[in-house]
Each structure stands twice: as structure tokens, then as C-alpha cells.
Write a protein that binds this ligand. Structure first.
Ligand SMILES: Cc1ncc(COP(=O)(O)O)c(C=O)c1O
Length: 415
């Protein structure tokens, strides 16, 4: 049986393989070649080591880590703790127990925001934030729990001085993204961190788009809460994420229930100690196995090398867009961005372009505001948003060449 027949049989049996990889080439569920350029949403394909780690765990050790005393359970717990240790080493944290396994970036951010804010606290945030920062903060404001100041970046880069000016005596938290998921622009986190630490507030950094592309060293940059998405440029599968909780942050449990560590037996309560204070329920052991392999892969390659590779891939698209009169959104520059590029097509709708790319050219890109409404408003791209292009480290220059040819042909439809 050839590969296509196997795939067809798999689909007929009701099992839909999401995507297959052969070298750098990807195929969709029907076995058609596909160029995947939506890595800012979730990375695909993953490094081979990630697939291997997940398969090995699934076949040989998928147990609940809290149920012991049998070997498989201890193995699962070891895997979880090993992943915390690696995160701590790679990001320079103050101890593996400070790394909470979460289910995605949104989960990490909600855990931090809902866990530290109290009645009458003031929060400083920016107009660059993703909905997973904006929505929980807006909800707390609407409920009358907190007040907030939204610092404007005009959609590009936040001025650290504007953060300084927004700080008040009762500012408990500053929440800021490290890289915009709309423009790719990297924010001056080191400067912001120094200002926030001096003022005595907590700093929450949303590293969903930056982790894996921008080096983060917690022992040098005073970040109290670092929210990671595991399935983007850390290459874990979907359903993975992590939150780093620094010693100054006291985070109330976001979910409560079955966990490791010692809880009170008389009145069952969540354990006080990290990490178990903030974890609950059977963990995503499979996902954590994949995430750990992904983080090891990133650490070996180096985040800056990955970022440079991605922005270099995007360069010909930027050059073509500028020549064709399509708008490159934000002050995009190779040295200043992660591997994300947003375009506004000339004379064509954003959705029409992404649909044509998908249907006619089998190229996956993302239309819309990318959950970053205020940034789109500032940049004048609301409500239609942009065509977002985000390659991964397995994207080839030939694939980008095919994208440029496809864009030329789509642009030519109206020429
Ligand atoms: C800047 C930013 N923050 C947070 C998130 C949420 O991450 P997740 O999709 O893992 O929940 C995303 C996702 O795209 C993002 O781009």
C-alpha cells in the first residue's frame, strides 16, 4: 500500500491524521501537499524528537503521576519534574518548583492575572496585548475589582517611559507582551522590568510569541510572572504551556483538586507549596513529554538563531509587498521582529486572499485581527485585520518562493 492509500484508509476508518511530514514537506489530511505558514498560532511540523518523545511516552509510560506506587506512575512524575528542571535551566529561574505546567498560554496568563489581583488593585497594560491578557483584565475592571491604565504604543513599540508614567502607588501588576502577534515587533522588556521592579509592582510578561525566538534570562531580567505557550516556538503539542512564578508573586490557585504534594487531610484544601498549589487534575503527561523535547531542541539550536532564520525567510515577502503596494503592518525590521509578518492587500480583502492562498495554492496563512483588537485599531487595520504569515524553522526558501508567486498571481487578479 502506498502512502496515499494508507492515509485514505485511515480517514475511512474515522481517524483523521491532522498532518503528515516528510522532510520539511507537509501534507494535509487528504495527503495533498501544503505549505504551513501559521506557526504563530501553533507550530507545525515539530522537531522529530518531539514526535518520538510523545510516541515513547504514549506506548511505554502513560500513567497518572499522582497515583503511585507503581513504576509507571513514578516515571510520569519524573517526566513532569524533569520538564520543570529543564525550563528552569533554560530560562534561568529560581527553582524547578516555580514552573507550573499549564494547558496553553491563555491558561498561564489567566492563572497569573486572576491569581494575583485583589480588590482595588491598579493594573498597567498596553494596547498591544492579546485577548488572553486584555479579556481577564477587562472583566476584572468591569466587575469593579480593579482599575487599569492602557499605555499606547501606537501599535508598534511601547516606550518604557510611558509605563513609568502610568504607574501609581496602588499599581499591583504590569502586564505586557514581549512580542506582538500582529506585527512581530519585540518590546523593550529589560527596560520595562527595571522600571517595574523599582516601583515595587509585579511584572507579568506574555512570552507566547517570543519564547523560543528571544533569549529570556530570569536571573538577569526581573520578571515575576512569565507566561509561556508550549505549542508555538517551544514546539510542544497543543495543550501545553507553563507559568513561571517568581518569589515575589503570591498566586492564588486557579484550579483546585487532585494534585501532587501534601494537602490537609482533615479539611481537604489545595497544598500551599509550589508547584502543586497551582496544579490540579491529571496532567497532560503526553504533552509535557513533547514540550520537554521541544524546549531541549530550542536550547540546543538557540532562540536567536531560530528568530534570524524566520525573519530572513520573511524578507522576500516584505520586499515583494512593498513593491506591489501591499501594506506591511507596523515598523517591521529583521532585527526588531520575531518571525511574524502582517500584510494588508491592495484592492483585495484579507479573507479573500487567505482563502485563495489556501484553495488555489494550498498555503495556510491566517486572516483577521489575531485576537489583538486595540493594536489593529491603532494601526488602522480594524476590523478586517491582516493576512498574517508566520513560517517555522522547517519552512524552506522554496516554500516562501511559492508564497510570493501565489501572492503575485492573486494580486494580478485585479491588476
Ligand atoms: C501574544 C499572545 N499571547 C497569548 C496567546 C495565547 O496562547 P495560547 O494560544 O497558547 O493560548 C497567543 C496566541 O496566539 C499570543 O499570540
Amino acid at each position: 500500500m502506498n502512502r496515499r492509500t494508507i492515509l485514505k484508509a485511515t480517514i475511512a476508518a474515522g481517524m483523521v491524521p491532522f498532518g503528515q511530514t516528510r522532510g520539511g514537506r507537509q501534507e494535509d489530511a487528504e495527503g495533498s501537499p501544503m505549505i504551513y505558514l501559521d506557526n504563530a498560532a501553533t507550530s507545525f511540523p515539530k522537531p522529530e524528537a518531539v514526535y518520538r518523545a510523545i510516541e515513547t511516552t504514549l506506548r511505554s509510560g502513560l500513567a497518572n503521576p499522582w497515583q503511585g506506587p507503581y513504576r509507571f506512575s513514578a516515571q510520569a512524575q519524573k517526566l513532569m519534574e524533569g520538564a520543570r528542571k529543564r525550563l528552569d535551566e533554560v530560562f534561568g529561574g529560581e527553582g524547578p518548583e516555580r514552573w507550573i505546567h499549564t494547558f496553553n498560554g491563555t491558561d498561564s496568563l489567566s492563572m497569573a492575572i486572576e491569581g494575583v489581583l485583589k480588590q482595588r488593585d491598579h493594573v498597567v497594560t498596553t494596547d498591544l496585548e492579546h485577548n488572553s491578557v486584555t479579556r481577564p483584565i477587562n472583566a476584572l475592571e468591569r466587575a469593579g475589582v480593579i482599575t487599569q491604565t492602557v499605555v499606547t504604543s501606537n501599535g508598534n513599540v511601547v516606550d518604557p517611559d510611558a509605563i513609568r508614567k502610568a504607574l501609581k502607588k496602588k499599581t499591583a501588576l504590569v502586564a505586557i507582551t514581549q512580542a506582538s502577534n500582529l506585527t512581530g515587533l519585540i518590546q523593550p522588556i529589560d527596560e520595562v522590568a527595571a522600571i517595574v521592579r523599582e516601583a515595587g509592582a509585579l511584572l507579568l510578561v506574555d512570552a507566547a510569541q517570543s519564547a523560543g525566538q528571544v533569549a529570556i534570562n530570569l536571573s538577569e531580567t526581573p520578571i515575576d510572572l512569565l507566561a509561556l505557550s508550549g505549542h508555538k516556538m517551544l514546539f510542544g503539542p497543543t495543550g501545553t504551556g507553563a507559568l513561571y512564578v517568581g518569589p515575589r508573586a503570591d498566586v492564588r490557585p486557579w484550579r483546585k483538586g487532585e494534585t501532587g504534594g501534601e494537602g490537609s487531610e482533615e479539611t481537604p484544601l489545595q497544598p500551599e507549596d509550589l508547584p502543586y498549589r497551582l496544579e490540579g487534575g491529571t496532567p497532560n503527561i503526553l504533552g509535557i513529554a513533547g514540550l520537554d523535547a521541544g524546549v531541549a531542541w530550542v536550547a540546543k539550536r538557540g532562540p536567536d538563531r531560530i528568530r534570524r532564520q524566520l525573519v530572513k525567510l520573511l524578507r522576500p515577502v516584505v520586499d515583494w509587498a512593498e513593491e506591489a503596494g501591499w501594506r506591511v503592518v507596523g515598523r517591521w525590521a529583521e532585527d526588531d521582529c520575531v518571525g511574524v509578518l502582517s500584510l494588508v492587500p491592495k484592492g483585495r480583502g484579507v479573507k479573500a486572499v487567505t482563502q485563495a492562498l489556501d484553495r488555489r495554492h494550498r498555503i495556510a496563512t491566517r486572516p483577521g485581527m489575531h485576537e489583538a483588537v486595540p493594536a489593529n485599531q491603532r494601526l488602522g487595520t480594524a476590523p478586517e485585520g491582516t493576512v498574517r504569515i508566520s513560517p517555522g524553522p522547517f519552512t524552506t526558501a522554496e516554500e516562501i518562493g511559492s508564497l510570493v508567486e501565489a501572492l503575485k498571481s492573486i494580486a494580478g487578479d485585479r491588476a
